[in-house]
Design a binder for this molecule. Structure first.
Ligand code: NIG
Ligand code: FE
Length: 414
């Protein structure tokens, strides 16, 4: 069943089956007065209407009425399976309390851990589905989703099983990550030996149980002052890798812990956050195949003026991607559009670089660049129709949802 999507003002997409690095990120492929043909869930033809071969059989026809097609967005860092919300902590932050002091008083990650432990697997799956529906409405077709609010073997498994369950009907393709090393469990926080015991439990019990059920593709750790040390993070990520889970890393978010270099040395799929990355960290990432995954909505939501040095990372030749960090504490949004707007207006990426970062480079960091992340014949037909005459409106026309139609695997999402 071939579907013709016609009357597109423009198709705008990065190209290739791998990441695009450095300034090549600004080279988009553009077709004006364009059409798409989708067959068997994949793109069969992409190009100008005048170049459409006349021997293609078309079964169905979709009039895009002058809209612009871009690849479905790829959100590679989310904490989707959580219960409970933290709007009152947010209000405390608005009155001047810091994120760290709220966390130290028992709020922060610990309060979401309490609510998540109290929730059933089914409730968590429902929460994931509700958030995935919002993501899809805003143009996301693939998203990574992390555990990390359980912090016991059973509660981490519950979160990951909820992602698996949701993925059966989710409009967004979900890629699971085990983030058991997100924080120390509240019951073992102050005590050094209890902390060590938790790292042992991650390595000896939690990760092997996750691997047995094949519940995660990636393993992540939050290496941060007062949370996991570099050595603890490295131990967890190496153990995950032994079990077949590639490393990702929350690196240099609130302080510089040389996390970027650790991620590059480990050959991690991504180093995420990087607000406090050092110049040496920028150089190490730029010289590696580890994706610098930037989350500008987190800086924005924490009311920080400090954004990750996206411009410098690209100018140094790095591979940059963008994500929401969707979570109840530091970034309560599902919208990749606001993320691209912040990346462009605050981190000084070009619109073209932001689009490449939000699509193909994200696909690469999830090891899916051969399948999705660009509009090209042969790839999965994951694309978005924007109510706009060109891709520039993604940033120019900010603060509104430009997405009118979303297709994943060639199927229009409701
Ligand atoms: O990515 N860095 C750690 N984790 C989250 C925050 C989680 C929370 O506050 O619940 C982040 O910013
Ligand atoms: Fe995060």
């Amino acid at each position: 069943m071939a579907l013709l999507v016609r009357n597109l003002a423009q198709i705008a997409t990065p190209s290739g089956r791998t990441a695009v690095r450095g300034r090549a990120m600004r080279e988009l492929t553009l077709y004006e007065n364009a059409v798409l043909v989708v067959d068997g869930g994949r793109f069969a033809f992409v190009g100008r209407e005048s170049d459409l071969p006349n021997d293609v059989t078309i079964d169905d026809d979709f009039d895009a009425r002058g809209m612009t097609a871009v690849p479905g967005f790829i959100d590679t860092h989310t904490h989707l399976p959580f219960a409970g919300l933290r709007e009152s902590e947010f209000n405390r932050r608005l009155r001047g309390e810091s994120y760290e002091s709220i966390a130290a008083s028992g709020g922060g990650i610990a309060s979401t851990v309490r609510a998540t432990r109290a929730a059933t697997q089914e409730e968590l799956a429902q929460n994931v589905l509700a958030r995935a529906a919002t993501m899809a409405r805003y143009g996301t077709t693939t998203a990574e989703a992390k555990s990390g609010y359980g912090l016991t073997r059973d509660d981490e498994l519950k979160q990951l099983r909820a992602i698996r369950d949701a993925n059966a009907t989710s409009p967004v393709r979900l890629v699971p990550t085990c983030l058991a090393a997100h924080e120390f469990p509240p019951e073992s926080r102050g005590d050094e030996s209890a902390r060590d015991a938790y790292v042992d439990a991650i390595v000896d019990e939690i990760l092997p149980a996750v691997a047995r059920e094949e519940l995660a593709v990636f393993c992540d750790a939050f290496v941060e002052r007062g949370v996991f040390t570099r050595a603890q993070g490295e131990r967890v990520l190496r153990a995950g890798r032994e079990l077949g889970m590639s490393p990702r890393l929350h690196a240099d978010e609130l302080s510089d812990t040389d996390g970027a270099r650790l991620a590059a040395d480990l050959g991690a799929a991504s180093a995420d956050h990087l607000m406090q990355i050092s110049d040496a960290g920028v150089a190490a990432l730029a010289a590696s195949d580890t994706v610098a995954n930037l989350l500008p909505a987190t800086s924005f939501f924490l009311m920080s003026t400090k954004y990750a040095p996206g411009r410098a990372l690209i100018d140094a030749g790095g591979i940059v991607s963008l994500s929401t960090d969707c979570n109840p504490g530091t970034s309560m949004t599902e919208s990749m559009q606001i993320v691209m707007q912040l990346a462009t207006l605050q981190m000084k990426l070009t619109v073209e670089e932001s689009l490449t970062a939000a699509t193909l480079n994200g696909a690469y960091s999830l090891r899916l660049a051969h399948e999705t992340g660009s509009i090209e014949a042969g790839k999965r037909a994951d694309f978005v129709l924007l109510d706009a005459p060109s891709y520039l409106h993604l940033v120019y026309h900010f603060g509104v949802n430009l997405v009118r139609h979303v297709f994943r695997d060639g199927v229009q999402l409701p």
